[in-house]
Design a protein around this ligand. Structure first.
Ligand SMILES: Cc1ncc(COP(=O)(O)O)c(C=O)c1O
Length: 380
């Protein structure tokens, strides 16, 4: 029997042998094509200055929401978020990870069924794991397979999908999924982490853009990506919120967000409402990137979102290409297995509203060159 220390050392060694060992790095100041700060809100001066002023009030959350952490501002913000996303109610969680586990763990019981897209985020999978429901993955965005699984599902049935996939950038066929959910009386949960601030007239998300908010059981929106802050909310009925306040462990047993976070999230939503052109500017930049990467478009997963995934399909090659791009001044990250399936290792490029056309063109030129070199090396 191995000791715990031997087990830990062996697991790390195995990662090293697989060439997938991860370590923390502090990113150098390069041109940002890697962060999820799609709208530049994390560097927005008006959000910053308000947050600074409010830090005079209190630095910590002081207790859980049910004890001393709740505030008038928290409740007002939840009303504002619900109204913005056209939901009946919303409940703030400290992170998107906690929102997903707190929602999925709580709403199902033994004998129920959760069907989830195979590329679902780790927080969705972990929430499912914490529940006692039967859970089955369906192939990514594959409606036929989802239907097959719905036909044999037992108990209360929940279907979980992201609207924009974080590592692929593609969107789920929500209209087809909702039709199936109606047919099989399943409840749909949509994680809108990467659609918030990106789709919908004012950034309400893909569900609102498609006008299906009344048909979706619950949505998860996060504030750490396009909103440039931190935290998340579950959107749904008032009953659902009441239920989560009573039963959701990742909501109940944790210190509330500090006042500064609430002020920042509130201001970020106001920015979304007030910055009328920011989303169209972002989509113009995304189109500009696509235009300049047409030659290698078959290697990029089709995506209208800021996330553009260039598939390399080989761990060492992906690492080397990413390193060379960084050496030329652009912050981009390689995404390796097990974060993505083996053989689909990729460069994840995030387009931001603040990336200039020159920067995008320069990055596109480097990518075009790298891919040509890589093809030549494969055929040599
Ligand atoms: C689809 C998706 N859901 C949830 C999360 C978790 O959100 P947070 O970073 O707020 O914990 C992420 C973050 O990477 C995500 O991509």
């Amino acid at each position: 029997m191995n000791t715990l220390d031997e087990y830990i050392r062996a697991a790390i060694q195995e990662r090293k042998l697989q060439n997938t060992h991860r370590s923390l790095t502090v990113n150098p100041l390069l041109t940002d094509f890697a962060s999820n700060d799609y709208l530049g809100f994390a560097r927005n001066k008006s959000i910053h200055s308000l947050t600074h002023e409010s830090s005079m009030v209190s630095l910590g959350g002081s207790g859980s929401r049910l004890i001393t952490g709740n505030t008038f501002e928290y409740e007002e913000l939840e009303k504002k978020i619900a109204q913005f996303h056209k939901a009946e109610a919303s409940l703030i969680f400290n992170t998107g990870y906690m929102a997903n586990i707190g929602l999925l763990q709580t709403i199902v019981q033994r004998g129920d069924t959760i069907l989830y897209d195979e590329l679902s985020h780790a927080s969705i999978r972990d929430g499912i794991r914490l529940s006692f429901a039967n859970a089955f993955a369906f192939a990514h965005n594959n409606i036929k397979e989802l239907e097959k699984k719905l036909k044999v599902a037992k108990g209360k049935i929940i279907v979980v999908t992201e609207s924009v996939y974080s590592m692929d950038g593609d969107v789920a066929p929500l209209l087809e999924i909702i039709k199936l959910c109606e047919k099989f009386k399943a409840s749909l949960i949509v994680d809108e982490a990467h659609a918030t601030g990106i789709y919908g007239k004012n950034g309400e998300g893909l569900v609102v853009e498609l006008g299906i908010e009344q048909k979706v059981f619950a949505r998860v929106v996060t504030f750490g990506k396009a909103l440039g802050c931190h935290g998340a909310a579950v959107l749904g009925s008032q009953h659902l919120v009441d239920f989560l306040v009573n039963f959701s462990r990742s909501f109940i047993y944790t210190t509330a967000l500090p006042h500064t976070s609430i002020i920042a999230i509130d201001r970020a939503y106001s920015e979304l409402i007030e910055s009328k052109n920011i989303m169209s500017q972002l989509h113009q930049k995304i189109n500009y990137f696509k235009l300049h990467t047409q030659n290698i478009s078959e290697k990029i997963i089709p995506s209208t979102s800021p996330v553009q995934a260039l598939i390399i399909g080989h761990i060492e090659k992906t690492k080397q290409i990413a390193k060379r791009i960084r050496e030329q001044g652009f912050l981009i990250k390689e995404i390796l297995s097990p974060t993505v399936p083996k053989g689909t290792e990729r460069i994840r490029i995030c387009i931001h509203v603040f990336n200039t056309e020159n920067e995008i063109q320069e990055l596109a030129n480097i990518l075009n060159k790298e891919l040509t070199l890589s093809e030549k090396a494969t055929h040599a």
